[in-house]
Design a protein around this ligand. Structure first.
Ligand SMILES: Nc1ncnc2c1ncn2[C@@H]1O[C@H](COP(=O)(O)OP(=O)(O)OP(=O)(O)O)[C@@H](O)[C@H]1O
Length: 283
């Protein structure tokens, strides 16, 4: 049992989380080839407008999966479907199935809150809360009921270390996160995601607002994080996808055109549309 759940024992949310955790562990045993997500025939509509068409994809565990494609092709929509954030838009409808750790995410198996704890998200623009670095990182664990200072101190330190920013910030924990550089803010946001012990981290163009040095730090961090977490990253930058991902998915007009090992997709694309995109003929 992890720290978050340990301190949660006895609360309703905690009990629920513990039960679901057992479900996942049962599911994990059955998972073949260690996939975190198995997406089957996924369609998604915003009102009358269809944004995703019959997407089928198995997202590997503890690897980096990049999602590329031209603007408006459905990359962010697909990413936000995986932790059901897309449903915050009331007109969204979906069909098909997504299994996380072998259990369907639509329906009653997982509480949405629990899914979003296990499947964390980092956004394009760093979005720290207007609070201290410490309070940003401790936010999720506190919501999960952790109150003990020593436990929180430990989580904050481990999470900032995990996000490769502890050394830079260990003497600035009580400063407002708004006073940090964009790159530091983004790594604090990554630490905030790590603090609730996720399994998967979704990243929606996490470096597009960053300078090249901060981008390099986040890219390096992603390589480190994949030892413990499964990462899915939307990027406009094909060089970035080629540098940091193990597998790449190319989307076009809401369809998943090709999904392959990154080297294969870039060196030997199977679909003419993938080839046209990666060679810069459109997009
Ligand atoms: N909240 C929304 N309401 C209605 N339509 C939306 C909404 N969000 C996205 N869409 C539409 O869904 C389609 C896919 O958009 P999405 O943002 O997923 O694409 P994207 O590939 O991530 O684009 P970009 O690279 O520009 O961020 C687009 O046609 C877009 O207009």
């Amino acid at each position: 049992m992890n720290k978050v759940m340990e301190e949660n024992k006895g609360t309703n949310v905690g009990e629920m989380a513990t039960i679901k955790k057992e479900n996942i562990q049962a599911g994990e045993k059955q998972t073949e080839g260690n996939y975190v997500f198995d997406v089957q025939d996924l369609n998604l509509w915003y009102g009358q407008d269809q944004a995703l068409y019959e997407v089928n994809m198995q997202v590997p565990e503890k690897q980096v999966t990049a999602i590329i494609g031209p603007s408006g092709c459905g990359k962010s929509t697909f990413l936000k479907t995986l932790n059901r954030m897309v449903e915050m838009v009331p007109i969204v409808k979906t069909s098909g199935d997504i299994k996380y750790r072998n259990q369907p995410i639509f329906g009653n198996k997982y509480a949405k809150e629990y899914l979003r704890t296990k499947v964390g998200m980092v956004f394009q623009k760093p979005n720290p809360f207007p609070k201290s670095v410490y309070d940003n990182v401790a936010y999720g664990p506190r919501i999960h009921g952790i109150k003990k200072k020593e436990t929180l101190d430990q989580i904050v330190e481990e999470s900032l270390k995990g996000a490769a920013i502890w050394d830079e910030l260990k003497d600035r924990l009580h400063e407002n996160a708004y006073g940090l550089s964009g790159g530091q803010q983004q790594r604090v946001c990554i630490a905030r995601a790590l603090a609730v012990e996720p399994d998967v981290i979704l990243m929606d163009e996490p470096t597009s607002a960053l300078d090249p040095i901060s981008t390099a730090k986040v890219e390096e961090l992603v390589q480190e994080l994949k030892k413990k977490y499964s990462i899915i990253i939307v990027t406009h930058n094909m060089q970035q996808a080629a540098r940091i991902s193990d597998k790449t998915a190319f989307f076009l007009n809401g369809e998943l055109i090709e999904f392959a090992k990154t080297d294969d997709l870039f060196q030997n694309p199977q679909d003419k549309r993938t080839e046209d995109y990666i060679t810069g003929r459109f997009g």
